[in-house]
Each structure stands twice: as C-alpha cells, then as structure tokens.
Design a protein around this ligand. Structure first.
Ligand code: ATP
Ligand code: MG
Length: 361
C-alpha cells in the first residue's frame, strides 16, 4: 500500500512552538526520511472560517504567515505538496456526502469540539460549519488517501471520527476509502504543550504562545514570565515538576548537547530536575537555561523565514502549484466515491444500457 501523509494547520495566526513539537517537527523528519510516496500539507482556511466567518481578513492574512512558517521549519515543496484547503472544491463535496453517515449526537460527544465550543463562548450559537468540522476533516484526510496523520493529542477525537466515517462508508458502499493512522508525538511533553501561562494548551486563539517567528527579546520576556511552581518561593525550597511549564518546555526542547553549551555544571535534564526537587535551584537559573535552549532552537527558523519572506510572489506560486496537484488527487478520490455511491450516472454505461432496454419493453 502507498504511504501517504496528510496534516495541516488553521491560518488563524502565526505558528507557535506547540505546533512545532506537536506536529511540524515530526512532519519535517518524516518528509526527509523519503519513506512516503506522497505528502500533503494543508493550510486549513475553510476550517478556520467555521469560527471566524466574520473575520475573513484574519484568515486571509495568515495564509502567508503559515506558509512562511512551513518553509522556515524545513517543509520542502519539492518533497511535500503544500496547498490551501478552500482551493479544493472536492473537499466540500465529500463532506456533504459524509454528513449522511454521522449523527448529531455523535458530533455532540466529540470532546475536542466540546472544549473548543466552551473556549469560544459559543454556548447555543454554534455555527453549523464549526459543529460539523470533524466531518470536513474526514474529507481532507480521505481525499488524499492518507495513511498517516501526524498531529497533537487534541486531534485524537477527529481521527477517531474519520475512522468511523471510513468504516461506515466502506461497509455501506464497498471498500473505497483508506483507514488513516494517527501519529502522536512520542515525547509526553509534546502531546499538548501548555501555554506560557501554564493553564490550557498553547493555542493561537488563547494568546498564550511563543511564536516560531518571535524575536529574541520577546522570547526572553515570555520565558521569564512563565508559570513555574507557585510553592517554590525561596531558592532552597524543594520544587515541583508537575505542572511546571518551564520543565515541560525543557522536556519538549532540550537536547543533551545544550548542557555542555549552556549549563555545564549539570550533565543532563534528570540531574537538573533532581536538584530542583531537592531544593537549592532557583527558577531564574532554569529560566535562563530554557531561554538559551529556545533561542538556539528558534534562531535558524527565524532566519530562514526572513529569507523566504523576501519573495512573497514565489510563495504564492508554490501554493498555487501545490493546490493544483492536490485538486487532481482529490478529484480522483471523489470520482471513486461517487462511483461507489452510484451517483456517477453519466459514466455508468451499464445503467444507461439497462434502462434503455427496460423502457424499450
Ligand atoms: P486554533 O486556536 O485556531 O485552533 P491551534 O493553535 O489550536 O489554533 P491548530 O491549527 O488547530 O492550532 O492545530 C494545528 C496542529 O498543531 C494540530 O496537529 C494540533 O494537534 C497541533 N497543536 C496545536 N497546538 C498544540 C499544542 N499546544 N501542543 C501540541 N500540538 C499542538
Ligand atoms: Mg486548534
């Protein structure tokens, strides 16, 4: 079976370090292994409009921001097809047919949708498009026959929903759609990176992010304002690691070589953690180290982004080419779906022949 990866991001803001550790870093690694027959990376503008209908300018202006973040992180248009969701009309058609295979109560049970409805204060005024976006996500995944979907933990219920749609479709209409596999980060800290406030997950909509394109001063300011252990008041007090955002970020970003470079008195993260728990290690020192780590990780990304941003028309041209390629693939899947559902009347010579005989009788 062909190996196909599909994943994407909503253009609701620049991408942040949560996206990076949750999915983006993995995509680039997988892209560079060369083990995939096809890789599709989607800027999900149609999905972003489901909760930003009255703010199209926000979505429109963030397309380029997300595209630049992609290129800066190492997604390579020679190896991966980067495209814009709204330019692929077949995705709407697929969603429309999949809607018949999902119940309202099933959508209401989706935990991610539930959390997001609360977060956006929709209460009872949920746009239908937002409510049904898990279905449109199933269309995105199946249109490209994706076998692998690398995402953060919040996407688990979406992939579950997609799998149910695939099974239902295949059992009603015959084997047509490919069953995708979710690929979660192996590192626990990366499953759902918290925001700098330590509360919810880092999310563009919550404003608790460190962006990939952030300037050094800003990164430093954010690191030094980070939530730690509120009971760790004096340096000599024992500190807690659970819920301590600074240590979660170190778990997500620290490479062994950073100790030799920035904090040679410790040999590794375990030693640093043990000292913190024992007492005698101040938050400031740990924050200084995290700042150095993040600066080292983000500097090359920021510099590459600046290079790519010198030629914006070339970025749009790349997205246009990618969208054309993506549309051709989605059109092929839609044709197969319509044939399976027997709504391909004009291609169905058997049907026309049988009915002409029937009416001739
Ligand atoms: P929005 O608030 O508009 O929903 P978002 O910040 O949640 O934006 P998405 O575009 O919804 O970002 O998510 C894109 C991808 O990044 C998904 O695979 C998601 O799982 C992953 N992701 C987003 N935030 C995090 C996070 N804090 N930790 C790990 N992965 C994340
Ligand atoms: Mg999200």
């Amino acid at each position: 079976m062909r190996k196909v990866m599909l994943t994407g991001d909503r253009p609701t803001g620049r991408l942040h370090v949560g996206h990076y550790v949750g999915s983006l870093r993995r995509r680039v690694e997988l892209q560079n292994t060369g083990e995939f027959d096809d890789i599709f990376i989607m800027i999900a503008d149609a999905q972003a409009l489901t909760d930003n209908a009255d703010n199209p300018e926000k979505v429109r202006s963030n397309i380029i921001e997300v595209a630049l973040d992609y290129l800066a992180c190492g997604l390579d248009p020679e190896k991966s097809t980067l495209f814009i969701q709204s330019q692929i009309p077949q995705l709407c058609e697929l969603s429309f047919y999949y809607m018949n295979l999902v119940t309202v109560s099933r959508l209401q049970r989706n935990p991610t949708v539930k959390t997001e409805i609360k977060m956006r204060n929709f209460e009872t005024s949920i746009p239908v498009g937002f409510f049904t976006y898990p279905i449109s996500q199933a269309a995105d995944i199946t249109a490209f026959k994706a076998t692998t979907v690398p995402v953060g933990e919040d996407q688990m219920p979406m992939i579950e929903q997609t799998k149910e749609i695939v099974h239902k479709f295949n059992s009603v209409y015959g084997d047509t759609l490919i069953d995708p596999k979710i690929l979660l980060p192996e590192n626990q800290a990366c499953l759902r990176l918290p925001g700098i406030d330590g509360k919810a997950k880092m999310s563009k909509s919550l404003g608790n992010c460190i962006y990939l394109s952030e300037e050094p001063e800003e990164i430093k300011k954010k690191v030094f304002s980070m939530f730690t252990d509120p009971t760790h008041i004096r340096v000599e007090d024992p500190g807690k690691l659970e819920g301590n955002t600074v240590f979660t970020y170190l778990d997500a970003f620290c490479r062994p070589e950073y100790f030799a470079e920035f904090l040679p008195e410790y040999s590794d993260l375990d030693e640093l953690k043990a000292h913190y728990q024992r007492g005698g290690l101040g938050d400031m020192k740990v924050k200084r180290f995290l700042n150095n780590v993040l600066q080292a990780e983000l500097e090359p990304i920021r510099n590459r982004r600046k290079e790519f941003s010198k030629d914006i028309p070339a970025v749009y041209e790349m997205l246009k080419k990618g969208s054309e390629k993506a549309e051709a693939v989605a059109a092929q899947t839609l044709a197969e779906v319509k044939a399976a559902m027997k709504i391909n009347y004009f291609d169905d010579t058997e049907l026309i022949k049988a009915q002409s005989e029937q009416f001739a009788e």
